[in-house]
Design a protein around this ligand. Structure first.
Ligand SMILES: [Fe+2]
Length: 259
């Protein structure tokens, strides 16, 4: 119950009875048997043991719902689901910021330069902003899943310039599947839901005095833009990729709302 202590007891008292009423209504409507109920409890236990509750929240589109309710329309850049793949204390990347190291299996992926400006929503540049990014490599895997990759590959934090500008070198990510070997994979299979996500780069942008922004950037022409398994694509977050010299270029400006 420790996690519950981070939520006020008044909210628990207000929300939990409605949760139970909804669950009881469904159990009655479907005449769920004792055997089925214990199977459901065993399944949720397994999800917890596998540390897949955030993933379950994502693939059931619950994370998207919470995100939409938490960050309504504003002048700030659109937010998006954080997902389960953020790692605390990513390395600071110094200019020129490059967020990856070579590894066997990176193949002939495309080098991608990402740049943009961090500003206050409807205001000027935020010189104290920090841009924190994480993504999969060009063959579709996160460092956590891929023992070939150096630690914290395709991750990093960087400080913006005095004019709020940032730029980093990465490789164009590819679509990937969420983990399918655990209990959430069995859920997807049972529901006939594919496990694919469109390629994306996760962003967490912070600045003193402003609400942190967690979001994702997507790329045009991705086969999963319209049917992301976690339903997290927002048109405003699909950013063009253009060829430039020997690499690709993507621009992503970020506007933060005041705290
Ligand atoms: Fe991701």
């Amino acid at each position: 119950m420790e996690a519950m202590s981070t939520v006020g007891s008044e909210r628990v008292a207000a929300v939990v009875p409605d949760v139970l009423a909804a669950i009881h209504e469904v159990l009655e409507r479907h005449r769920v048997t004792e055997e089925e109920w214990y199977a459901a409890l065993a399944y949720l236990t397994e999800v917890g043991r596998a540390d897949e509750f955030i993933l379950l929240s994502d693939v059931t589109r619950t994370s998207v719902l919470i995100d939409a309710m938490s960050h309504g329309a504003s002048e700030a850049t659109a937010s998006d689901v954080e997902g389960p793949l953020y790692r605390d204390d990513p390395p600071w990347r110094e200019k020129p910021c490059k967020i990856y190291g070579s590894y066997e299996g990176m193949g002939d992926g495309d080098v991608l330069m990402v740049r943009g400006n961090v500003t206050a929503a409807g205001g000027g540049p935020l010189a104290d902003a920090v841009v924190d990014v994480w993504q999969t490599g060009p063959d579709g895997g996160y460092d956590l899943w891929d023992p070939r990759q150096p630690a914290f590959n395709f991750r990093g934090r960087m400080r913006v310039d005095e004019d709020g500008a940032y730029e980093f070198e990465t490789m164009l990510p590819k679509p990937y599947t969420v983990p399918t070997e655990g209990p959430v994979g069995r859920y997807l299979e049972a529901m006939g839901q594919h496990p694919w996500r469109p390629a994306h780069i996760h962003f967490k942008v912070t600045a003193p005095g402003y609400k942190p922004l967690v979001t994702q950037v997507f790329f045009p022409d991705d086969p999963y833009l319209e049917n992301d398994t976690i339903g997290a694509v927002k048109p405003a977050l699909v950013r063009p990729v253009t060829p430039e010299d020997d690499h690709l270029r993507c621009e992503f400006d970020v506007a933060l709302a005041p705290a």
